[in-house]
Design a binder for this molecule. Structure first.
Ligand code: NDP
Ligand code: MG
Length: 394
């Protein structure tokens, strides 16, 4: 029996994870769940899975959650950052599914690693912000980080059984999002609804916007660099609109191995939970004749400048990827709240990066440096958004 904590249980990855737990009750038990605003769903999940701990963001959230639970409910309701850490470090838990969205996932994930919990990692922002530090903590604590992001799960599956020294490069595939064939001059007219309508994947709102700008792929390049210890020159992004090839690896003899499947996150989540075993999760094998052709192309970094900004942040290193991530979170929230246009997202991020003096400490920036760069970038990006004619409106 594997005991699980699910950070971000009410989100898209969290719900998919719980549906796998529900299908295999003899294999998995949920010991802690966390959420933020969706108290109705979190209450239903608590009633169904009966965890020891449920953690929410603040006191009001905890009171609201208590009200929704039946009297005599055995689950202890906690709130605040300490509560998320308590969920992540629950003494009886074997694996933590890290599926909060954004920088909020970093500290609970790091605490879980320090408490020697294996990690099923969906929260890519953790590695973008603090990849060196997090990977070093995983090595020091002998913790496995099993990728949930579909591309990284694919690479993980493709390299299995091969020698690390034979690996030449990896190809991260990208659907290209809903605006693959739009020109940049059309970006100003894109609405929130257009941007949320991803052609192949069902996901939370932040990652859906990141996919539309292609920042998601940029974050994934940085994530892959850390997970597989590769320089960014060895990571190539390929546009593959069918989302059947989840990613590929090339070896030094020219041989390429791809991992394929229909786009359903249950595959990657279940693999992280059960590795090296595979579970019969009811996901169909692709109907290849029905699919017709699979296509691949290079991305247009001029149109999708967020991707270019992510490559740049990765190249600079130090605290710059944390700044990229924070500015992106602020810009995406502002777009979702209709305070800026889709065409202004990249400008906010670029303007914030231009104003940052990256900390390039010998070794790695510490957690305090990363958190202060993150906070600085959030404030700076907000200021740029409020300026009527700053870089944000370029
Ligand atoms: P969702 O927006 O669907 O869910 C996010 C979860 O995090 C919810 O449980 C939400 O709570 C919680 N949350 C939001 N803000 C905070 C906060 N400040 N503190 C604590 N908890 C918070 O996101 P997804 O499930 O789509 O994505 C989760 C992560 O997985 C992201 O990092 C994403 O990039 C990554 N990922 C997602 C994929 C997907 O298919 N969805 C694929 C690959 C990676 P509530 O809803 O209760 O407010
Ligand atoms: Mg992905």
């Amino acid at each position: 029996m594997m005991n699980l904590t699910i950070l971000g249980a009410t989100g898209s990855i969290g719900q998919n994870t719980l549906s796998i737990v529900d299908t295999f009750p003899d294999r998995f038990t949920v010991r802690a769940l966390t959420g933020k605003n969706n108290l109705d769903l979190l209450a239903r999940q608590i009633i169904r899975f009966s965890p020891d701990i449920a953690a929410v963001f603040d006191e009001d959230g905890a009171a609201g959650l208590e009200k929704r639970l039946p009297s005599g409910c055995r689950t202890e309701v906690l709130y605040g950052q300490d509560a998320y850490i308590a969920a992540a470090t629950h003494p009886d838990v074997d694996m933590v599914v890290s599926a909060m969205v954004g920088g909020a996932g970093l500290l609970p994930t790091l605490a879980a690693i320090q408490a020697k919990k294996d990690i099923a990692l969906a929260n890519k922002e953790t590695l973008v912000m603090a990849g060196d530090l997090v990977m070093a903590a995983a090595r020091d604590n002998n913790v496995r980080i099993l990728p949930v992001d579909s591309e990284h799960s694919a690479v993980f599956q493709c390299i299995a059984g091969n020698r690390r020294t034979d690996l030449q490069k990896i190809f991260l595939t990208a659907s290209g999002g809903p605006f693959l064939h739009r020109s940049k001059s059309d970006f100003a007219s894109i609405t929130v609804e257009d941007a949320l309508a991803h052609p192949t994947w069902q996901m939370g709102s932040k990652i859906s916007i990141d996919s539309a700008t292609m920042m998601n792929k940029g974050l994934e390049v940085i994530e892959a660099g850390h997970l597989f210890d590769l320089p960014h020159e060895s990571i190539e992004v390929l546009i593959h609109p069918q989302s059947i090839v989840h990613s590929m690896v090339a070896f030094r003899d020219g041989s390429v191995i791809a991992q394929m499947g229909i786009p359903d996150m249950k595959g990657a989540i279940a693999y992280a939970l059960s590795h090296p075993e595979r579970l019969p999760i009811g996901v169909a094998v692709p109907d290849f004749p029905g699919l017709g052709s699979l296509s691949f192309a290079s991305p247009d970094m001029g149109t999708f400048s967020c991707l270019a900004l992510a490559f740049k942040a990765g190249e600079v290193g130090g605290t710059m990827p944390a700044v990229l991530n924070a500015a992106n979170e602020i810009a995406v929230s502002a777009f979702l709240e209709r305070r800026i246009g889709f065409d202004q997202i990249a400008g906010v991020i670029e303007g914030t990066m231009e104003r940052h003096q990256p900390l390039m400490a010998p070794g790695i920036p510490g957690i305090k440096d990363i958190l202060s760069a993150d906070m600085w970038a959030r404030k700076t990006a907000q200021t740029l958004i409020c300026k009527p004619k700053g870089k944000a409106t370029a």
